[in-house]
Ligand binder design. Structure first.
Ligand code: MN3
Length: 244
């Protein structure tokens, strides 16, 4: 049975005083805050996964210095700043994807750095040395069904990445069984609840100047065209299979 508030407060004050006198740190607040962590592990911070290949592994398409700066400074900073923002705002989440899906409820710092972390984590994984020249199997079927041909897909994807004004990302996504092509500004992505372009990201290309400027300067189109030589289509297929 609950005691009236005043009695409880007096009891707590008395116990705290008694605890202080006795030199014991008493747990004044009773336990009721651990329930929601019973079934799901809640994340309070994120870490950067290993790159998985050497900085020079994607040459000549992406030079080693660009890769090193991009991974060890740009991406690392997004992770670091995301963790700072999550701590400052007392945020816990089930997953990075879940954070993206509710991004409109968080600060701009969480949106920019959380998006930066998600996007780069995907970007490193969907590239590989030498690549695998063409999509195959169910992915190729889906591309043909949605864009008529691989060449049409390549043209539309390149165009979306090329025409994204300023900094942002070009995307191939799955949305309700269909594949779509689009782009997002800054570090936004198609998982974000506030994004105009939505879906499950399968393939993404970073078109911020820091991704290509050292080698390509202002020639974004050349960078996009070369990117097709290092796409890890097996990873893109795996992402599609994980959805369906
Ligand atoms: Mn980048």
């Amino acid at each position: 049975m609950e005691k009236p508030n005043t009695t409880r407060r007096n009891f707590l004050l008395t116990t705290v005083k008694a605890g202080l006198v006795a030199g014991i740190g008493l747990p004044v607040v009773s336990c009721s805050q651990t329930k929601k962590t019973e079934e799901k592990v809640m994340l309070k911070s994120f870490s950067q996964a290993p790159l998985g290949y050497a900085y020079n592994a994607l040459e000549p398409v992406i030079d080693a210095m660009t890769m090193e700066i991009h991974y060890s400074r740009h991406h690392a900073a997004y992770v670091n700043n995301l963790n700072k923002a999550m701590e400052a705002e007392n945020i816990e989440t089930e997953s990075l994807e879940s954070l993206m899906g509710n991004i409109s409820t968080y600060s701009t710092a969480v949106r920019n750095n959380g998006g930066g972390h998600y996007n780069h984590d995907l970007f490193w994984k969907i590239m590989s040395p030498g690549g695998s020249s063409m999509p195959t199997g169910a992915l190729l079927d889906a591309i043909n069904a949605s864009f008529d041909s691989y060449d049409n897909f390549k043209e539309q994807f390149s165009n979306a990445a090329l025409t994204r004004f300023g900094s942002g990302w070009g995307w191939l996504v799955e949305n309700n069984g269909k594949l779509l092509i689009g782009s997002t500004p800054n570090q936004d992505n198609p998982l974000m609840d506030l994004s105009d372009f939505k879906g499950n990201p399968l393939l993404g290309i970073d078109v911020w100047e820091h991704a290509y400027y050292l080698k390509y300067q202002n020639r974004r189109g050349d960078y996009i065209n070369a990117f097709f030589d290092i796409i890890n289509w097996d990873q893109v297929s795996a992402r599609l299979n994980a959805i369906s």
